[in-house]
Design a binder for this molecule. Structure first.
Ligand SMILES: [Ca+2]
Ligand SMILES: [Ca+2]
Ligand SMILES: [Cu+2]
Length: 300
C-alpha cells in the first residue's frame, strides 16, 4: 500500500502498487561517500555555481551568488505560513561548508550529505553505477514490510519511550528540545533500522526520488489494475506561478527530516511526500541510491 488517507491531501489516496525487486542503500549517502565521488570526478555541485540570471529574471544579476538554503533557528515563535522566517539563502553554503563560509565537515563524515539538488544526486548515483529510486520504490523500502503502518517501525511514534528517528521535538522553529539526541543532522545508523535493515528512511534528511511531484496520487483505473513500477515522468505545472523558481519542475522528496515537528509538519512517515524544485538545495535534503535487480548486483 502506497500513500495514506489519514494525514495530508498530497498523500491520498492510499492505493496498491507493485514494484520489482531492487537493492537500496542502507543509509543516506554520507559526506565521506560524497567526498570520494568529488575527489574521483572533480564534480562541482549546483550550489557552488552562480544561479543562471535567465532563471531569475526579477533578480539583480550581481546578487546571484552561489549558495544554498540554511535553516536558521528563530529566537521565539514566528508565523508558520512563511518559510522565509527560518530559511536563509546563505552565499557560499554548499555540501562541504554546510553553514556557509567558515563552516566545515569536521566530525560530520558520517552525516548525510546535504545541499545537493536533484542533478547532484543523479550525478553521484550514475558514478556509483546506481540510480535514484522512484517514489514507489522508496516508499516500499521505507515501510520495511509493515502494511499500512504510520511509521517505518509501526504505529506508535516512540514505542516504550524509545526515539526511532531524528525529527524535531518541541515547538518548531524556535524550541529544539533534542530529545532524540540531535538538533540538526545525525550520523547515519544511530536509530534502529526498519524491517528491511534500512536506516534513517524517516527523519534525518529528506531524500530525493525520481518522480515528478503531483498534488495527489493518481487513482488507479478500476480494481483490476494495480500499477506496476509506477513512475511520474511528466512535469506538473508549478503551484505558484511567478514566485522565484516557479519555472523549475518539482520532484518528490520523501521521509521528512530533523526539522519535522508535530506543531508544523507531520511528514516523518513513509507515506509523506513533498514537491521540491529540482534546483533547490538545502541543509535538510539528501538522498540514497538503488540498484534495480538484473543490473549486476551479486545475488545471495
Ligand atoms: Ca532531532
Ligand atoms: Ca531520511
Ligand atoms: Cu517536515
Amino acid at each position: 500500500m502506497m500513500g495514506s488517507n489519514d494525514f495530508y491531501p498530497e498523500e491520498q489516496p492510499a492505493h496498491r502498487v507493485t514494484v520489482d525487486g531492487f537493492w537500496i542503500d542502507e543509509h543516506p549517502v554520507t559526506n565521506a561517500e560524497f567526498r570520494r565521488f568529488v575527489k574521483a570526478t572533480g564534480y562541482v555541485t549546483v550550489a557552488e555555481l552562480p544561479p543562471t540570471p535567465a532563471d531569475y529574471p526579477e533578480a539583480d544579476p550581481s546578487l546571484l551568488l552561489p549558495g544554498s538554503l540554511v535553516f536558521q533557528q528563530t529566537r521565539g515563535p514566528v508565523p508558520l505560513d512563511d518559510y522565509r522566517n527560518w530559511w536563509a539563502y546563505v552565499p557560499g553554503a554548499c555540501w562541504f561548508r554546510p553553514e556557509g563560509p567558515g563552516s566545515n565537515l569536521h566530525g560530520r563524515e558520517r552525516h548525510p550529505v546535504v545541499h545537493v539538488c536533484y542533478e547532484d544526486a543523479e550525478a553521484f548515483s550514475r558514478w556509483a553505477n546506481k540510480e535514484l529510486p522512484t517514489e514507489a520504490e522508496w516508499e516500499f523500502a521505507a515501510r520495511g514490510g509493515l502494511e499500512g503502518a504510520t511509521f517505518a517501525w509501526g504505529d506508535e511514534f516512540a514505542p516504550r519511550g524509545r526515539m526511532m528517528a531524528n525529527t524535531w521535538q518541541g515547538e518548531f522553529p524556535w524550541q529544539n528540545l533534542g530529545t532524540d539526541g540531535y538538533e540538526r543532522t545525525s550520523p547515519v545508523c544511530k536509530f534502529p533500522p526498519n524491517g528491511y535493515g534500512l536506516f534513517d528512511m524517516v527523519g534525518n534528511v529528506w531524500e530525493w526520488t525520481s518522480d515528478y511531484f503531483t498534488p495527489r496520487h493518481t487513482e488507479p483505473d478500476g480494481a483490476c489494475c494495480t500499477p506496476h513500477n509506477p513512475r511520474v515522468t511528466t512535469v506538473q505545472p508549478a503551484p505558484v506561478a511567478g514566485e522565484p523558481g516557479a519555472s523549475f519542475p518539482r520532484r518528490v522528496i520523501k521521509g521528512g527530516s530533523h526539522l519535522c515537528a508535530p506543531n508544523y509538519c507531520l511528514r516523518y512517515r513513509p507515506a509523506a511526500r513533498q514537491g521540491e524544485t529540482i534546483e533547490t538545495s538545502t541543509s535538510h535534503i539528501g538522498f540514497r541510491c538503488i540498484r534495480r535487480s538484473g543490473e549486476g548486483e551479486p545475488g545471495e
